[in-house]
Write a protein that binds this ligand. Sequence first.
Ligand code: SAM
Ligand code: DTB
Ligand code: SF4
Length: 347
Amino acid sequence: MPYGTSASLSSVPASVANAVTPRHNWTREEVSALLELPFPELMFQAQSIHRQRFDPSEVQISTLLSIKTGGCPEDCSYCPQSARHEDGVKAERLMAVENVLKEARRARDAGAARFCMGAAWRSPKDHDLETVCKMVEGVKAMGLETCVTLGMLNGQQSRRLRDAGLDYYNHNLDTSPEYYGEIISTRTYQDRLDTLANVRDAGINVCCGGIIGMGEDESDRAGLIMALANLPKHPESVPINLLVRVAGTPLAEAEAVDPIDFVRIIAAARITMPESRVRLAAGRENMTDEAQTLCFLAGANSIFYGERLLTTPNPAATRDRQLLDRLGMHTSIVQHSEEKQEAEACC
Ligand code: SAM
Ligand code: DTB
Ligand code: SF4
């Protein structure tokens, strides 16, 4: 079951039988036409599709941990972890397995369904991959879904992670194929597609999205959504990040995105990838509660939860809880394996 938990799926309405069939042949014109719809019409379409497969009041929460911070050889213009930018993020070594497990336990106890571990690598070295596999095994044993993002992977590395029990691999397309060269020069769009194919072929669920606010135009935004929606299989998770403008990175002064335009992107992701979890990812710290609410109405049903993303702040858990309470929304109910064992032992 690639999306949701059994608890959340049980509340999906019967209309699921008539749900739109996912397509993989979107044109840029079609996606642009969606983005240009009158806002009420766009929101209506997005909500209608969202309700065919998901409980509209439910949001999945994932917690992020940077297991290897900074010193990355790549030149991604948005990223504070590139060694090429003077932004104050110091290079650190890969964390010890037991420290990662401590953080995972904390995330689980705070209610996270998924634990996502990120490393500032171009691609993992074999001995580091073995350490990450131990982290995956330990986190999974706690009953959390596991996700890692380690840069480019070949087929063998993907299969090694699958054998360790990895549930999701995050690797973003970031922007449209046409705009990509303005943002990164050290790896190509095709490199990214190759990694995504290797991950898919290994049987790991894919988490793949992009970033809005890097100076791209509306056609690039449509191009990103089109590239994601035309992947051979839709990513199970689609993180839509609002650029976090970090001082010292080349995009520190990028123009702010109109929140309504950002909501439109979420809606277009929901409409074009009806079965995927769309994540309102980075950038919530600088978003109003009202803008986030519109994102949920547009079909976002996942967030990063906890006070840090990888190196930048995320809203405090209390602020998120208050917002979800105000909206009468709830997080996915997950029964972690240790709880399951206790339940089985007592009955
Ligand atoms: N090094 C690996 C890679 O690039 O594949 C994994 C870590 S990297 C930080 C994961 C993703 O975080 C990037 O692909 C990008 O989409 C997102 N990201 C990084 N910096 C960001 C920023 N300042 N604002 C929004 N998203 C960001
Ligand atoms: C994703 O799409 N966004 C997350 C996760 N996948 C790895 C990362 C956001 C990073 C924001 C900048 C930072 O905290 O360093
Ligand atoms: Fe390195 Fe990933 Fe940051 Fe690019 S996004 S600089 S690959 S950590």
